[in-house]
Design a protein around this ligand. Structure first.
Ligand SMILES: [Fe+2]
Ligand SMILES: [Fe+2]
Length: 223
């Protein structure tokens, strides 16, 4: 009788305490626990960046073009968080039950509004409007460095999974595509704003803010 080579494996039929999706990664040499923890740190960086970008975008007041691009990057970071969280659960993990722990373990630094004493500056207590303590160039610099941290983060995840864990690789690769675009956008804006030098990113506008053309592929996967 013909045998079907993949009909059975080391996970027993009906066993819900083990996952073939994990077993196959381990067989190919992935340290799943280590990867899972890195994914949580990376998801935390996306989530906190989404929060900080909300502030940075608002304090780009008066620069409608910068605000729009910052909004694209902000909403795409939310999409990156949403894209990776299901993968953490598939790998048997969870994001921390306390948001403070989650924020603290982010794999990128807090993207504070510049000149706020690491976010400690308080305002509005005397009834005055909140005005920015930072120039547009200061803010674009913070945005640029946040994108660079994201590129380093997702490149590492791609390295750890290439040829061994196609699913995580493919998700990380989609995020990385957008992070590389974000860096190019911010180089273009900062180069002109700070140095008066035109350095094209090749970018025109997204169709809609937060379109996330790679990480939110509606016909394929829409978390
Ligand atoms: Fe991101
Ligand atoms: Fe980004």
């Amino acid at each position: 009788m013909e045998t079907k080579p993949h009909a059975t494996g080391t996970v027993k039929a009906g066993d819900v305490t083990r996952r073939v999706g994990i077993e196959q990664m381990e067989r190919r040499g992935v340290n799943v626990t280590e990867l899972r923890e890195k994914l949580i740190d990376a998801a935390a960086a996306e989530f906190t960046t989404y929060y900080y970008y909300t502030i940075l975008r608002n304090f780009l007041a008066g620069h409608e073009d910068y605000k729009e691009i910052c909004e694209d990057a902000r909403l795409e970071d939310r999409a990156h968080f949403e894209l990776m969280v299901p993968r953490i659960y598939e790998l048997g993990g969870t994001i921390p039950f306390d948001i403070r722990e989650f924020a603290d373990r982010a794999s990128c630094p807090d993207a504070y509004l510049p000149n706020t004493d690491g976010g400690k500056l308080r305002w509005g207590l005397d009834g005055q409007d909140a005005t920015s303590p930072a120039s547009a160039a200061d803010i674009l610099t913070v945005l640029l460095e946040a994108e660079r941290c994201a590129i380093r983060t997702w490149s590492e995840i791609c390295d750890l999974t290439l040829g061994k864990d196609p699913r995580t690789y493919e998700l990380a690769m989609r995020i990385l595509n957008e992070e590389i675009e974000h860096e190019a956008w911010l180089i273009e804006l900062l180069s002109m704003e700070r140095d008066g030098v035109s350095r094209p990113s090749g970018h025109f506008r997204r169709g809609e803010p937060g379109e996330a053309p790679f990480s939110k592929n509606r016909s394929f996967y829409n978390p």
